[in-house]
Design a protein around this ligand. Sequence first.
Ligand SMILES: Nc1ncnc2c1ncn2[C@@H]1O[C@H](COP(=O)(O)OP(=O)(O)O)[C@@H](O)[C@H]1O
Ligand SMILES: O=C(OP(=O)(O)O)[C@H](O)COP(=O)(O)O
Length: 397
Amino acid sequence: MPFKTLDDLTELTGRRVLVRVDLNVPMDAGKVTDATRIERILPTIKELSEKGAKVILLAHFGRPKGERVPDMSLEPVAQVLADYLLQPVDFAEDCIGQAAEDAIADLSDGDVLLLENTRYHKGEEKNDPEFAKALAANGDAYVNDAFSAAHRAHGSTEGVARLLPSYAGRTMQAELEALEAALSTPVRPVLAVVGGAKVSSKIDLLENLVGKVDMLVIGGGMANTFLAAQGISVGKSLCEHDLADTAKKIVAAAEKSGCRIILPSDAVVAREFKANAENETVSVNDVPSDAMILDAGPASIEDVKKAISEAATLVWNGPLGAFEIAPFDTATVAAARFAATLSADGKLKSVAGGGDTVSALNHAGAAEQFTYVSTAGGAFLEWLEGKVLPGVKALEA
Ligand SMILES: Nc1ncnc2c1ncn2[C@@H]1O[C@H](COP(=O)(O)OP(=O)(O)O)[C@@H](O)[C@H]1O
Ligand SMILES: O=C(OP(=O)(O)O)[C@H](O)COP(=O)(O)O
């Protein structure tokens, strides 16, 4: 690997090590509902702590856009992390300034401190050099263990890496090695499944992706934007109408490169976004104007399964429906279990990633059978596109 790792970070006793982790974990009513991202960062934190470093964790949660949005605080995550680490995790109410400095001054060698959401500061997403400098002032070295945020050129993922001696954490290393091993020369045909809710931040990468894969299933909230671009009325569904031209461009690029796009033909719709909301299955051409698509319908599920059965390699990011609320988990669970069975039989190489996607695979009881499960969604897809991830690049520099 073209960067330094924890093997190169020696004589740590008493040194302040800033560690960028991804604690953007699925939560419901203040409770962590999937701890995969927490479990994956434990080796790095434990190793640094055991070597006597003062371990100072930097992370974001949600998209508060530079405001102190109270329900996007990382404070509840500190206790969950402590439970997994089996050691206390202190918490500071700001990631820079006096609150951070005071909390760091209180640390003994081997202690772990979590700083408040970096995205409470506008400088984080802008990668403002002054913000990066304020972060760097609190550390003697920087470790990035957040592969799943490495596609963001932000203060805590990129800017600070340029100001301190920088190293890849164990998970960063493991993710890159595992993806390289599984996907550097994928067996064809390759199927990508892209769903989920982060439409605007993921749609652009589909244009490159259709040049790399043989089939692309577009599901979840992402599918609604493509349906709307075809002139289909999606009612109150999650949909980014202003991205219709982008969607059309992607369809045209797929035609040119010979990638088959599979969109839903039917949908499960409801009028309320809640568990067990009254629902019906309709053709995508008949979505009532006051309803929203919350899952793929049975015909679409069969289409997804057919595509999976034709593939030798599956890459998947983004659930096919609002899987957190029953019964809108049906399509995601069915596809996950189908892919898991083929993988277990050695007929499919399956790689999936993303905070919510991993949670959905765990919910379906399918994660164990997948060839590899990454913590990353957007970062994983950008890596697959062949893009240089700014958070990784900064470690190389
Ligand atoms: N049709 C839909 N309408 C609204 N939300 C959806 C729909 N399909 C999927 N989702 C939501 O997408 C979210 C996950 O999207 P995303 O963050 O892009 O995935 P990941 O975290 O795996 O990268 C889930 O919370 C799920 O409820
Ligand atoms: O959850 C994340 O990405 P993912 O949903 O693509 O897996 C990362 O924490 C990045 O979050 P962001 O997409 O708000 O920059």
